[in-house]
Design a protein around this ligand. Structure first.
Ligand code: NOJ
Length: 722
C-alpha cells in the first residue's frame, strides 16, 4: 500500500470514528471537542454517585436541568427510540435508549434475534438468562445504546395478554429471580437496564386508560416482588412507569406507587422514566415521583420550566429528579467510559447465533410424549405441516420488542438439515385439508406447526389457536396416529385435540435458529428440560380472569378480585384441573426425588422481625438411561389462617444428571416464604403456625413434604418440624 493511500485510509477511519462515537460520546471527549474550561469535579470517580451528581447539579442552569428530564428527537438519524442530547458544556453524555427484550429493537439491522423472554425463562436456568442479558447488553452497547428498555417483568395475570411472550411468567418470585439475572447480565456489558412496566400492566386492551382496581396486599405480594427483586438484588438503574392507572391514578403520577413503594419502601435511587406517551400532567407527575418524560417534552419541557419559575414546582423538587437520573448514570460509569458503539454497526457474531440456538433448545417444553414417540428415529418419513413449519416460521412476537431477524431457519429446513437423505421429508402448508390428509397418511410421522400472532397493543380474543389450526390438527391426527404438534405461541393455548395426538411440544417464539433448535429436540440431540412458567388451562371458562370485570374490565375498570390467586394459585385454590400445570415439562429420561430435609439455617434473617431462612436439601436421581436435567421446585404452604394461596413457589434449582447419577441439591428459602403482608399494619408479618415445605417437579407434583414451625410471632426463629 502506498503512503498516499494509507493516509486516505486513516482519514476515512478518523471520520468514521467521529460518526460512531456520536451520540453516546463520553463526557470528557465532548468537553475536549468543545474546548470547554468548566472544571468538572464530578468526573472524580472516587466520589460516590450521589456526591458526583450533587456537584454537577450545582453547575446546571434551569434549562440544562429541564433538558435532561425529557426526551428529544434525534435528528437527522432515526436511531434509538428515545434520546436525550449530550451537554457539551458540562460533559454530560447523551442518553440513548433502545428497545430490546429479545435483541436490539427499533428496526436496528445486523443484530441477533434471540428466542422470546418466555422461552428463556422456561429453561429455569439462571445462568442461561444471565448470559441472555449479557448478549443483549453487549449488542446494545455496540449499537451505541446506553439504556436498554428491558426486561419486561410484569407477572402474567391474563393469559390472553398480548405481551405474555415478553414476560417471564405468572409467578412473582420466579419473575424476580429471572429479572435479577437478566439485569445483571445487561448491566455488566455497559448499558443501564430498565425494569418495565411499573405497575399492574397486565393487559393491552384499553391500555392507555385502563384502571386496575387492586388491593394493597395483592399489589405487595403479587405485582411488586419482581420490581423489588430488580432493585434490591439486580440493582437496576431505571424503572419505566406504565400506561395504565392503578386504583384511579395513572402510574406515572401515582405517589403511592412511585414515592411510597419504589422510593421509600424499596429505596430505589435510580430513575423513573415514563413509558412512551404515558405522562398526563406536569406538576402532579413531578410531585407523584416521575423523573423523566419519554420520548418528548409535552409536560416536562416548557411547561415544567414555567412551573418552576411560577413556584408550583420547587427547584429542589426538580433537582431531586435530575439527581435520580445522574446517580444512575454515574453508578453505571457512563461518565467514565468511552462508548464505542454506533447504530449502524453490525453487532452479530457466530457465538451469538449459536447462543440463540442454545436458548431455543433449552427453552422448549415437552408437554406430551405418548409411547415415547419422541425422540424420532432418523429414518422415519416425515411430513411437516403448517405455515410456521415452512416458508413463514413464527420466530417472534410483535410490538416494540420486535427485532429484525438476520435470518430465520424454518423447521422444514432444520429437519432436512438434520436427517439429510436418511428419510423422506415432505411439506404441506395446511391450507387444503384433503391434500394434507393424503400426505399425512403416507408418512410415518406428521409434525404440525401451529402458531398465534401475539403483539403489544392488543390482547388475544381468547386462548384458541386462530384460524382453522385446530381442525388441521384433528384432520391430520385422524389419518396418522404418530402426529406431533409443535406450538409456536407466546402463551397458553387451548388444545381440544389433545387426546388425538401422540406428542406436543411448546417451542414458544424461538428466534432466528427456530428450525435447527426444534430438529435437535425432535431427534434427541438435546434432551428437553424446560418447564412451563404459566398454567395451560383445560377450558376457556376455567381461567382466573374469565369474568369480564376481571378482564378486559367493565367501564374501563379491571377488578383484581381474584386477589392473590393469580395463575396456578387460582387453580389450586378453586380445585380446577389445568391441562398442564405451572412448572410442568417432560424429559427423555426420568427422575426421582428423595431424602428431603428442611431446617432453619444459621443465617439470621436479612429483614428485621422476620424468621430465619430455611435450607432445603434433597437428593435427585436420574433413573433413566440418558443424561438430562431436572428442575427441582420448592413451594411453601402457609398456615390456613394466614389467608395465603394453597402453596407458592419459593425456590428452585436446575440439576444436570448423567444416567443413573444422584446429586444432592440445596435450595435456600428466604424470609418471605414464611410471611404475609398485613395491610393494616403496613408491613410483612410472620404469623405463628406450621408451614409446610413441598418439593417436587411441578406445582401439581410435589411428593416430598417437610414441616417448619414458626413460633413466638414475628421476631422468632423457626424450628424443625417432622
Ligand atoms: C411502549 C412499550 O410499552 C415499552 O415497553 C417500550 O419500551 C416503549 N413503547 C418504547 O418503544
Amino acid at each position: 500500500m502506498s503512503t498516499c493511500s494509507r493516509g486516505a485510509g486513516f482519514l476515512i477511519t478518523a471520520v468514521f470514528m467521529l460518526l460512531v462515537i456520536q451520540p453516546g460520546m463520553a463526557g470528557s471527549q465532548q468537553a475536549a471537542a468543545n474546548g470547554s474550561r468548566v472544571s468538572r469535579p464530578w468526573n472524580n470517580n472516587s466520589l460516590t454517585p450521589v456526591q458526583r451528581a450533587n456537584l454537577l447539579i450545582k453547575q446546571m442552569t434551569l434549562d440544562e436541568k429541564i433538558a435532561i428530564v425529557h426526551g428529544a428527537p434525534l435528528k437527522p438519524t432515526k436511531a434509538y427510540v428515545g434520546y436525550v442530547p449530550p451537554n457539551p458544556r458540562l460533559g454530560i453524555p447523551a442518553i440513548t435508549l433502545a428497545d430490546g427484550r429479545a435483541g436490539v429493537g427499533n428496526h436496528a439491522r445486523d443484530v441477533t434475534l434471540l428466542p422470546a423472554p418466555i422461552a428463556v425463562a422456561s429453561s429455569w436456568d439462571i445462568g442461561l438468562i444471565n448470559e441472555y442479558g449479557k448478549v443483549l447488553g453487549q449488542e446494545q452497547w455496540a449499537k451505541g445504546t446506553n439504556v436498554e428498555l428491558g426486561p419486561s417483568i410484569d407477572v402474567v395475570r391474563v393469559p390472553e395478554w398480548g405481551r405474555t411472550f415478553e414476560s417471564y411468567g405468572e409467578d412473582p418470585y420466579f419473575n424476580g429471580q429471572m429479572a435479577i439475572a437478566e439485569i445483571k447480565g445487561i448491566q455488566s456489558q455497559g448499558p443501564i437496564a430498565d425494569a418495565n412496566m411499573y405497575l399492574t400492566m397486565n393487559q393491552e386492551k384499553n391500555r392507555f386508560k385502563e384502571d386496575s382496581i387492586v388491593d394493597e396486599r395483592t399489589l405487595r405480594e403479587i405485582y411488586l416482588p419482581p420490581f423489588e427483586a430488580s432493585i434490591r438484588d439486580g440493582h437496576v438503574g431505571t424503572v419505566m412507569c406504565a400506561y395504565v392507572k392503578t386504583n384511579g391514578i395513572y402510574s406515572c403520577e401515582n405517589p403511592f406507587l412511585l414515592n411510597d413503594m419504589l422510593r421509600k419502601d424499596l429505596h430505589f435511587d435510580g430513575w423513573i422514566m415514563s413509558d412512551w406517551g404515558a405522562v398526563h400532567s406536569t406538576v402532579a407527575s413531578v410531585k407523584g415521583g416521575l423523573d423523566q418524560e419519554m420520548p418528548d417534552d409535552k409536560f416536562y419541557g416548557e411547561a415544567l420550566k414555567k412551573a418552576v419559575i411560577g413556584g408550583q414546582v420547587s427547584m429542589s423538587d426538580l433537582d431531586e429528579h435530575v439527581r435520580n437520573i445522574l446517580v444512575a448514570m454515574f453508578r453505571q460509569g457512563l461518565f467514565d467510559k468511552k462508548q464505542p458503539g454506533s447504530w449502524t454497526a453490525s453487532v452479530r457474531s457466530p457465538e451469538h447465533d449459536a447462543f440463540s440456538r442454545t436458548v431455543a433448545e433449552q427453552g422448549t417444553v415437552l408437554l406430551k410424549n405418548d409411547h415415547d414417540i419422541l425422540p424420532l428415529s432418523e429414518t422415519a418419513s416425515i411430513v411437516v405441516i403448517g405455515v410456521a413449519g415452512g416458508n413463514d416460521p413464527k420466530v417472534e412476537g410483535a410490538g416494540s420488542s420486535a427485532v429484525v431477524a438476520p435470518y430465520k431457519v424454518s423447521p422444514l429446513d432444520g429437519i432436512r438439515n438434520r436427517v439429510g437423505a436418511k428419510a423422506r421429508t415432505t411439506y404441506a402448508d395446511g391450507n387444503d385439508l384433503d391434500v394434507v390428509a393424503k400426505m399425512a397418511h403416507d408418512a410415518d410421522v406428521a409434525i404440525v406447526f401451529v402458531h398465534t400472532d401475539e403483539s403489544e397493543g392488543g390482547d388475544r380474543p381468547d386462548l384458541s389457536l386462530p384460524g382453522n389450526q385446530d381442525q388441521l390438527i384433528s384432520a391430520v391426527a385422524r389419518v396418522n396416529k404418530n402426529t406431533i404438534v409443535v406450538l409456536d405461541t407466546g402463551g397458553p393455548v387451548l388444545m381440544p385435540w389433545i387426546d388425538e395426538v401422540a406428542g406436543v411440544i411448546e417451542a414458544w417464539y424461538p428466534g432466528q435458529e427456530d428450525g435447527n433448535a426444534i430438529a435437535a429436540v425432535l431427534y434427541g440431540d438435546v434432551n428437553p428440560s424446560a418447564k412451563l412458567t404459566l398454567t395451560f388451562p383445560r377450558s376457556a371458562d376455567g381461567i382466573p380472569t374469565a369474568q369480564v370485570e376481571r378482564w378486559p374490565g367493565v367501564n374501563g375498570l379491571s377488578t383484581y378480585s381474584e386477589k392473590l390467586n393469580v395463575g396456578y394459585r387460582w387453580y389450586d385454590a378453586t380445585n380446577t384441573q389445568p391441562l398442564f400445570p405451572f412448572g410442568f415439562g417432560l424429559s427423555y429420561t426420568t427422575f426421582k426425588l428423595s431424602d428431603l430435609v428442611a431446617k432453619p439455617t444459621k443465617l439470621e434473617s436479612t429483614i428485621q422481625h422476620m424468621p430465619r431462612r430455611v435450607l432445603v436439601r434433597l437428593n435427585v436421581t436420574n433413573t433413566g438411561v440418558r443424561e438430562g436435567a431436572e428442575v427441582v421446585q420448592a413451594y411453601v404452604a402457609q398456615p390456613a389462617g394466614n389467608g395465603e394461596p394453597p402453596h407458592q413457589l419459593r425456590g428452585f434449582a436446575k440439576v444436570q444428571l448423567k444416567a443413573r447419577e444422584t446429586k444432592s441439591v440445596s435450595i435456600l428459602l428466604d424470609e418471605r416464604s414464611f410471611s404475609a403482608y398485613d395491610s393494616s399494619l403496613h408491613r410483612w408479618i410472620s404469623p405463628n403456625g406450621i408451614y409446610e415445605v413441598l418439593v417436587g417437579t411441578s406445582s401439581r407434583d410435589l411428593p416430598l413434604h417437610s414441616q417448619i414451625a414458626v413460633e413466638g410471632g414475628a421476631a422468632n426463629a423457626l424450628t424443625q418440624g417432622r
